[in-house]
Ligand binder design. Sequence first.
Ligand SMILES: O=C(O)CCC(=O)C(=O)O
Length: 292
Amino acid sequence: MPEGQMHNANALTPAQAAQYWRDGYLFPLNLMSIKEAARWRHTLEDMEQNYGEAKMQRTLGTYKRINAQCVMPFAYELATQPRLLDMIEAILGPDILIYGAEFFIKEAQSEQIVSMHQDLTYWGLGATDHLVTAWIALSEVNVESGCMQFVAGSHANQILPHEDTFADNNLLSRGQEIQVQVAEENKTDIVLRPGQLSLHHGRMIHGSGPNSSEDRRIGFVIRYVSPEVMQEVAQKDYAMLVRGADRARHFVHYTPPPSLFAPSHLALYEEMREAQRQAMMAGASKSSTLYD
Ligand SMILES: O=C(O)CCC(=O)C(=O)O
């Protein structure tokens, strides 16, 4: 095994893993230097500047927000850094699939928010414990720029009722908002410097406020699952095996993208999007710009 690929059993200490299971989240974890984070940001922004919208079936916003790992090699690369997978292994065990990866970007001085919600509400994956999200900061992430807020211990709930608001300034696909009041003092601000990350459980109650800073707030977000997770609403679902083995085979596997927006993977992207749309938009009263 090449040196850089060696698994590091100490990526999280047992105490950190226990803290994740107790609180439903863990932060801040150091993944890369500020300089390295700036390099990934540059790769992202270079793609944004050179995107030829006219030639593509979907807006870049859609490709950034849904399954970026399927069409952007650098997103796949970011999501499979050995040190990051070591952290995930400490939570999920040795068999790891990527369910999805996306960029959550709030432009400078923007009103965009994410209402308080639980991720698993509309994914069709049940209320599983075997899904963890890594949220990597590629810019300064603080209260001013609209960091996430988590409610410690809220993953102990099952999936609670949500209401679809479809609000224009809400970054979620249905603008879904949890129907429980969360007291301000129960929210923890997830402040991260570029290159740090947080982990959160699929039932964690969380959201984020507007970005009133002068810079963009950029998060790269990856959802990892272990093989026992299963799609229960859509007819089929897709995931990429990135460590260990998948003996359950609940997901259709696929290979990493060979190049940016490779035709083979754009076709696959459409298949995946259609399958996942069945779960994401089940029972919705309106269509969503992300899943129109
Ligand atoms: O980026 C944000 O502010 C929210 C992201 C989020 O809800 C998530 O990653 O689950």
